[in-house]
Design a protein around this ligand. Structure first.
Ligand code: PLP
Length: 281
């Protein structure tokens, strides 16, 4: 099930072709996107997603997204969605056709969430660590690397997934050359010790996660401590729990890392999911 609308709100057949073959989003991955979770007609963390969309666009020198227009098209797709329950809503903006008039290609696409994606929320995942090949110090020094922008260039992230699957794992946790934890190919990493949550700072070249942000907000309200700081990869082994956080997967426990089981504090996963959901109760 899918619902497609152009930024101006025009609904289109998602099975028909609409993007030009010379679109720079296709030929160069030159564009930005967001994936928003919609639950029972309510988009979660839409402001944070649109903030990040604007930041990513600015990093690519794309025109500033028209926030009111994006808010409107989100509503168009949500209202058109025929079912209750969950939808993944992708917002896409490319630099537009190479031989065009410079107008970006911009659309919103609502999609059903697959059974497989829903299943891992409960079962947890196995993961391997893979080096992402940069030092966090390069992030500020080399802005053209676009570290921390949510661009359409996800080929490396998808290759990492395939590499993990070839080695029998579900997921990847990227590490930096200085031995610290970065993020997953499509998720933030959250490390739990006692009642302290930690995640990697955007200054290390990761995306500021909207799901992680919501979890940290809820946790702080409930009296937990939160830290956004570099995390040595060795801490993943000794923590009470390691989680992947993203809009579609919500919070998924990493139960095995690089072939060895990780500690599993009983009830922790349920507690974190309850905290996260309390943001939307
Ligand atoms: N990091 C990367 C590289 C991602 O692609 C994503 C989401 O797709 C995230 C983190 C998590 O972000 P969010 O919680 O906003 O979905």
């Amino acid at each position: 099930m899918r619902v497609l609308a152009l930024l101006d709100g025009t609904l289109l057949d998602p099975d028909a072709p609409h993007v030009r073959v010379d679109d720079l989003g296709i030929t160069r991955g030159d564009g930005v996107f967001e994936t928003v979770l919609v639950v029972d007609g309510v988009p979660r963390e839409l402001d944070a997603h649109l903030d990040r969309f604007a930041r990513s666009a600015a990093m690519l020198d794309l025109p500033e997204p028209d926030r009111a227009a994006w808010e409107r098209v989100v509503r168009v797709v949500v209202d058109e969605w025929p079912a209750a329950g969950e939808m993944a809503l992708k917002l896409v903006c490319t630099r537009g056709p190479e031989f065009g008039d410079g107008t970006p290609t911009a659309y919103a696409l609502g999609m059903a969430i697959s059974e497989a994606q829903l299943r891992v929320r409960g079962t947890g995942v196995t993961a391997i660590t893979l080096e992402r090949g940069f030092d966090p110090a390069v992030v500020a020094a080399a802005p053209w690397l676009l570290l921390g922008a949510k661009t359409l260039s996800y080929a490396v992230n998808m290759a990492a997934f395939r590499h993990a699957r070839a080695r029998g794992a579900d997921e990847v946790i990227f590490t930096a050359t200085d031995g610290t934890v970065l993020e997953g190919p499509t998720a933030s990493v959250v490390v739990v010790d006692g009642t302290t949550l930690r995640t990697t700072p955007p200054s290390s070249g990761v995306l500021p996660g909207t799901t992680q942000g919501a979890l940290f907000r809820a946790a702080e309200r409930a009296g937990w401590a939160t830290k956004v700081e570099p995390i040595p990869a060795a801490d993943l082994r000794t923590a009470d729990g390691v989680f992947l956080a993203s809009s579609v997967r919500k919070l998924t426990r990493v139960r095995e890392l690089d072939g060895s089981p990780l500690p599993d504090r009983p009830g922790l996963a349920e507690e974190l999911v309850a905290l996260y959901e309390s943001e939307y109760a």
